[in-house]
Design a protein around this ligand. Structure first.
Ligand code: C2O
Ligand code: CU
Ligand code: CU
Length: 501
């Protein structure tokens, strides 16, 4: 076991936020047909906010109900509409416990949890816990379909061994891009109880802030784009959303009472990569990759985040005279710049400087891959058909017939090659995080030396990764591996992985 497991601690720091999400929307929540009482009491509104006075909306923390020591989190996938994002257009949206995005689920290692996911979308869905180390039968992949009107209730003990920022989103075969585009995405935060995590800003909504970024396009028909040509059409309206607020129309502002703020960045875009930088080009600190804390904080001046990836950064606010402003440069799959958005302006009311950050954040034990099983995965495209090893995973029969088979405990080393001539792909693996052996032939640097679950692969290059399949096996349910450009995923760039006992 290569994770550094720390003893779980029960840190209760639930904050009831006067979040800007949800104001005035409570009346809209008196829905009919939710069978369980806790689904109603934990329903928290999330709306697609546009220029609501400029303040960054912050998704609420989802409160759990305790059922004999099990924390039960209720999510209700539902539809909505938005009439303010693009004037004159009524856009169909969807969200969890609200009409756009979803509440943040904060978990602690060792906690017993159950998620009660009710589907009120009017069509089939699934909910996948991206990055969560969980059994395949509870992973929320294409086999875990939830019929319209039904509730799915996976239960597990949080077994992550890392402090990290994860997320949840639909994962139906061929419908992921359509459903994520509507707004079905939420953040999940895991606390490993470590001293390092406690030494970083960790007060949700106060100095620990979720930042869900979505590069979207609204078509002339008034729908969120789900295909590449909709993003490039001159008639489409491009919007950069931050926690559902349009930064394209007004820069979201955030005022904190601390000298430092931790931002948990998630690129929940369908297809675009996002490069974050300060508008004054000054450095900032990265403390976590998408799957755990870095070994030590690193100072960077820009940070590229491909679709599905997360990164945690810390901004030092007392060192700045003025607001710290972040900008996002958004690029399409051929790396062409679509636009630059002024995405966030952060100020602090603190007068004294914050304590130093810890020098060491994590102990990352190198996986010994000397005797690893090796495999090669080639990502390619044939026109719009997206392939892994020549296979387009577009039906469950194809997924079954081509499943990658491994065994519980196996250590493997995979070479992921992008053989598309000019299209960027990335590679995401369910179940366990991986370590990076090389990127385009070079040893990894920076956040690539930490645990990862999603990694970009530039055209004509290879990334070598290694992992160990610990704890969970199933002879019926599959994990997935795929490109997290979800348009590519839906077009076939996905295969199944079976971990056999
Ligand atoms: Cu975020 Cu298989 O997905
Ligand atoms: Cu995933
Ligand atoms: Cu791709």
């Amino acid at each position: 076991m290569t994770h550094t497991h720390r003893s779980p601690s029960r840190i209760s720091r639930r904050h009831v936020l006067a979040g800007t999400f949800g104001i005035g929307a409570v009346a809209a929540l008196a829905r009919i047909g939710i069978g369980t009482s806790f689904a109603e009491e934990t329903t928290e509104a999330v709306t697609l906010a546009t220029a609501a006075g400029g303040t960054l909306p912050i998704p609420d923390l989802l409160a759990a109900t305790d059922e004999d020591g099990v924390s039960v989190y209720a999510l209700d996938a539902q539809t909505g509409t938005n009439t303010t994002l693009v004037s004159g257009k009524t856009i169909s949206t969807a969200g969890y416990n609200g009409t756009f995005l979803g509440p943040t689920i904060q978990l602690t290692d060792g906690q017993s949890v159950r998620f009660d996911v009710t589907n009120n979308l009017g069509e089939e869905t699934t909910v996948h816990w991206h990055g969560l180390h969980i059994a395949p039968s509870n992973d929320g992949g294409p086999q875990n379909t939830i019929e319209d009107g039904a509730t799915w209730s996976p239960a597990t003990t949080v077994n992550q061994g890392e402090a990290c920022t994860l997320w949840y989103h639909p994962h139906g075969l061929g419908t992921t891009a359509d459903q994520v585009a509507l707004g079905l995405a939420g953040m999940m935060i895991i606390d490993d109880g470590s001293d390092a995590n406690a030494a970083l800003p960790h007060d949700y909504g106060a100095d620990d802030i979720p930042i869900i970024m979505q590069s979207t396009a609204v078509t002339t028909a008034g729908a969120f784009a789900t295909a590449n040509n909709n993003f490039t059409a001159s008639t489409s309206t491009l919007k950069f959303l931050v926690n559902g607020m349009s930064a394209t129309d007004e820069t979201p502002t955030l005022e904190v009472a601390y000298g430092r703020v931790r931002l948990r960045l998630l690129n929940a875009s369908l297809t675009d990569s996002i490069t974050i930088a300060r508008s004054d080009s000054a450095s900032f600190t990265q403390v976590a990759s998408d799957a755990g804390l870095l070994a030590e904080p690193i100072s960077i001046t820009s940070l590229r985040i491909s679709p599905g990836e997360r990164a945690e950064i810390v901004l030092d606010l007392t060192a700045a005279d003025d607001a710290v402003k972040l900008q996002a440069t958004v690029r399409n799959t051929t790396n062409g710049t679509r636009y630059t958005a002024s995405m966030l302006s952060v100020t602090s009311t603190a007068t004294s400087a914050a304590d130093d950050l810890p020098d060491t954040l994590n102990t990352i034990t190198d996986i010994d891959a000397t005797d690893a099983t090796t495999r090669t995965f080639t990502l390619s495209n044939s026109g719009a058909s997206m392939l892994i090893n020549g296979i387009a995973g577009t039906t469950m029969d194809i997924m079954d017939a081509n499943a990658v088979m491994t065994t519980l405990g196996a250590i493997e080393q995979w070479t992921i090659t992008n053989s598309s001539t000019n299209i960027y792909h990335n590679f995401h693996l369910h179940d366990v995080p991986f370590q990076i052996v090389s990127v385009a032939g070079a040893a990894p640097t920076g956040a690539n030396t930490a645990w990862r679950d999603t990694i970009e692969v530039a055209p004509g290059t290879s990334v070598v990764i290694k992992m160990q399949f610990t704890d969970y096996a199933d002879n019926e349910y599959m994990y997935m591996l795929h490109c997290h450009n979800v348009i590519h995923e839906d077009d076939g760039m996905m295969l199944a992985l079976m971990v056999m006992s």
